[in-house]
Design a protein around this ligand. Structure first.
Ligand SMILES: Nc1ncnc2c1ncn2[C@@H]1O[C@H](COP(=O)(O)OP(=O)(O)OP(=O)(O)O)[C@@H](O)[C@H]1O
Length: 717
């Protein structure tokens, strides 16, 4: 068997034995991806790069993979300049479906499509899915529909029975005793019927509400799971507000459309049909007369209603814009205050509110016309019924009771038709919200969350290596953050990473945590490509302390326990020990509530140094083999700086550490320093060694930092 590798027809072939060790190593590390890359891609994605591999190397169950991986593999392999009869790698121009912001995970375009559904036809599969939601609640809903039938039957028989009461009053004459007997028996019977109707209605409302809430709860949990399993790139593209809106509002709209709205719609249909039938039963000629008037009036009302709704949507959009501005500014009040922008923010908000007001005024005019016209047409209809009914009574074709019943049925039919129109618009809203939710629920994350290789704890030494890594953020594919970056961090050593702002220090940490995958090259832990490792397992062995640690709105105790892989097994002693090592115990105990003090947005506000020390305790509880630290640069006071530094040193003991270093003391104490510049590691070595190079980048960086610190001190004094 010959092991030749080539890139299409335009690149020469090389035998595998001719490859350099680094190239072979890379090929070996890429082996899985190479095999997976042979999977045929869907038609719409296959316009460009196509990789084909000898069938013997095909996996038995092909798995789809992202075009980012595709691209990285091609770039990786292109170094080899290869040719093969056993493996073939073909390369033609490509339009990467998943690298465009649209298909790379942004929900926006699809959301817009989904929104479009509120006015156009609904795909049958959406109807099916929305009905499937109600399936687990089918018995409760069926019972609710049963009670609905009873209550609607009572409602619709009421006009007929009340008409009988009126006729009894008119026909019994002036004999009080006969009148009392007839009226009493009728009223008792009717009270019994109405009691049944009321009870059935109450049962219907209860069953509909509880099953609706159950459906919404199930949907919310599924959507939350779906959001949490998405990769970080997804959150770069989708706004938090939009996602939270889906979780809270869209789920409620969908839940309502399959319960309350469906039941109201069914009731409206049943009452309209029963009402019209009863109108014909009571007086066919009067019913025919009314049905000549109703359709044109109802048609005009529907057209006008649609116009009104589209206008109301503009008002809602303008309101959403104003609300978003207010939300953003209020949550960042410190920034607004420190820039003294209160007045200009008020002006901007006023302008947006004025826009809402002018649209709302237009809507008010339209609504006034709509309600005026519907009220008028309703009254004219009643008047027409009275006119025609009066004539029928005069010609002995109708009794007064029948006319009264007829009027009541006309009234009910009017209400039911109005209910049907709002049922339709609510149903469409439900389908629109549903489409947005299905899109989110169906989205498969590009990076797995919990699948892959799991190593035994004693197999981890903690050696980290970046090997020819190239990377661009999925949202900014055109800007390469790293280009062939290589870096080795031996197990148990401390590597300080320095570089100018924006050189990619934090990105290095994100790649190690596998929040993103490199486009090219590999990152290994003890020789294992991190793409082969289970990400959940991987992250459980990596501790992080960021520059501005985030604490959740719960007790300090829970915030520290959050770091443990299984917080339920953490004892109070574990938490106290971690807090003591992190130099946090004393200040926590000084709070009246001690470790039960609530922090975060709704609790006690902590200083930067205090937050850092709680974050260090949190990381300690995880007891990770690898530590990724973003050193705090924020002006910690001397005491806090010392305490944080001391806690960090204890945390770093016996672990492999990558530290984004800002302090000279940290850099001096690190085993090696890597300087990031121009998308790669420009210099790497011991602190003194790098400093001795007069023309070196590290030295320049240190000199610049020293100068800036001097300036800062001078400015402060
Ligand atoms: N999520 C993201 N999406 C797109 N671009 C990003 C993202 N995060 C960072 N960047 C960009 O990547 C580049 C490197 O950012 P990074 O935060 O890694 O730099 P840094 O060296 O840590 O900077 P600093 O020292 O200022 O914190 C910057 O140009 C930044 O704008």
């Amino acid at each position: 068997m010959r092991f030749l590798i080539r890139m299409s027809k335009c690149t020469p072939a090389v035998h595998l034995s001719k490859l350099k060790p680094a190239q072979l190593r890379m090929l070996w590390l890429e082996r899985r991806r190479l095999l997976l890359s042979a999977v045929p891609r869907r038609k719409e994605q296959s316009t460009g790069v196509k990789l084909s591999v000898h069938p013997a190397f095909l996996p038995s169950s092909p798995r789809p993979f992202s075009s980012v991986t595709h691209c990285s593999l091609l770039r990786g392999l292109s170094m080899f300049g290869s040719h093969t009869s056993s493996w073939t790698v073909t390369h033609t121009p490509v339009a990467f479906a998943s690298s465009s912001p649209e298909s790379a995970g942004s929900l926006k375009t699809q959301t817009d499509k989904a929104r479009g559904q509120t006015t156009t036809s609904v795909p049958p599969e959406d109807v099916k899915r929305i009905l499937q939601l109600a399936y687990p609640e089918r018995w409760r809903l069926a019972a609710a529909v049963g009670f609905l039938t009873v209550s609607s039957a009572v409602t619709m028989s009421a006009p007929f029975l009340l008409g009988k009461v009126i006729d009894t009053i008119y026909t019994t004459g002036t004999d009080i005793e006969t009148m009392t007997a007839s009226l009493s028996s009728l009223c008792v019977m009717l009270t019994g019927v109405f009691l049944c109707g009321g009870a059935a209605n109450a049962a219907r409302v209860y069953l509909m509400q509880t099953s609706g809430q159950q459906i919404v709860r199930n949907l919310r949990v599924s959507v939350f799971i779906s959001i949490l399993r998405q990769d970080v790139a997804f959150f770069d593209r989708n706004r938090t507000g939009e996602l939270v809106n889906r979780l809270s509002n869209d789920t409620a709209v969908v839940g309502r459309s399959v319960t309350d709205n469906l039941s109201d719609g069914l009731r409206a249909v049943a009452q309209a049909v029963a009402g019209v039938s009863m109108m014909f039963y009571v007086s066919p000629s009067l019913a025919s007369f009314v049905l000549l008037i109703v359709p044109p009036v109802a048609g005009l009302a529907v057209i006008y209603g649609r116009y009104l709704r589209s206008n109301s949507k503009h008002t809602q959009d303008a309101l959403a814009e104003a609300t978003q501005l207010a939300e953003e500014r209020i949550s960042n009040m410190r920034t607004v205050r420190s820039f003294g922008k209160e007045l200009s923010e008020v002006n901007t908000y006023t302008q947006k509110s004025d826009k809402v007001l002018s649209l709302a005024k237009k809507e008010a005019v339209l609504r006034a016309g709509f309600f005026g016209a519907t009220g008028l047409s309703g009254n004219i209809m009643i008047l027409s019924v009275l006119y025609k009914g009066g004539l029928l009574m005069a010609s002995q074709h109708m009794t007064v009771g029948e006319l009264s019943s007829f009027l009541m049925y006309t009234f009910w039919v009017g209400i039911s038709v109005a209910g049907l129109s709002s049922f339709y618009s609510e149903l469409m809203k439900g389908f629109g919200a549903g489409a947005r939710l299905w899109e989110l629920l169906d989205r498969k994350p590009e990076l797995p969350l919990n699948e892959g290789l799991v190593l035994q704890p004693d197999q981890i030494k903690g050696q980290l290596e970046f090997c020819d890594v190239s990377f661009a953020y999925p949202t900014r594919k055109e800007v390469n953050i790293f280009q062939n970056l290589s870096l080795l961090v031996p197990a148990g050593t401390v590597m300080a990473v320095v570089g100018s702002s924006g050189s990619g220090k934090s990105t290095l940490v994100s790649l190690l945590l596998r929040l993103y995958d490199p486009d090219n090259g590999v990152i290994t832990i003890d020789g294992h490509d991190i793409r082969d490792l289970n990400p959940y397992w991987l992250r459980s062995h990596i501790g992080t302390v960021s520059q501005e640690p985030v604490l959740f709105s719960c007790s300090i105790r829970d915030n520290i326990a959050y770091g443990a892989v299984d917080p339920d097994t953490v004892t109070t002693e574990d938490i106290y020990r971690a807090a003591t090592v992190a130099n946090a115990y004393d200040f926590i105990q000084a709070f009246p509530e001690g470790f039960d003090t609530i922090v975060g947005e709704k609790g006690v506000l902590l200083s930067g140094g205090q937050k850092q020390r709680i974050a260090i305790a949190r990381a300690l509880l995880k007891n990770p083999k690898i530590l990724l630290l973003d050193e705090a640069t924020s002006a910690l006071d001397t005491e806090n700086e010392f305490l944080v530094q001391e806690a960090l040193e204890r945390l770093m003991e016996g672990r492999t550490v990558i530290i984004i270093a800002h302090r000279l003391s940290t850099i001096q104490n690190a085993n090696a320093v890597a300087v990031l510049d121009q998308r790669h590691v420009a210099e790497c070595g011991q602190h003194t060694e790098l400093l001795s190079n007069r023309k070196g980048l590290f030295r320049k960086l240190m000199e610049k930092q020293a100068f800036l610190q001097e300036e800062q001190k001078r400015a402060l004094s």
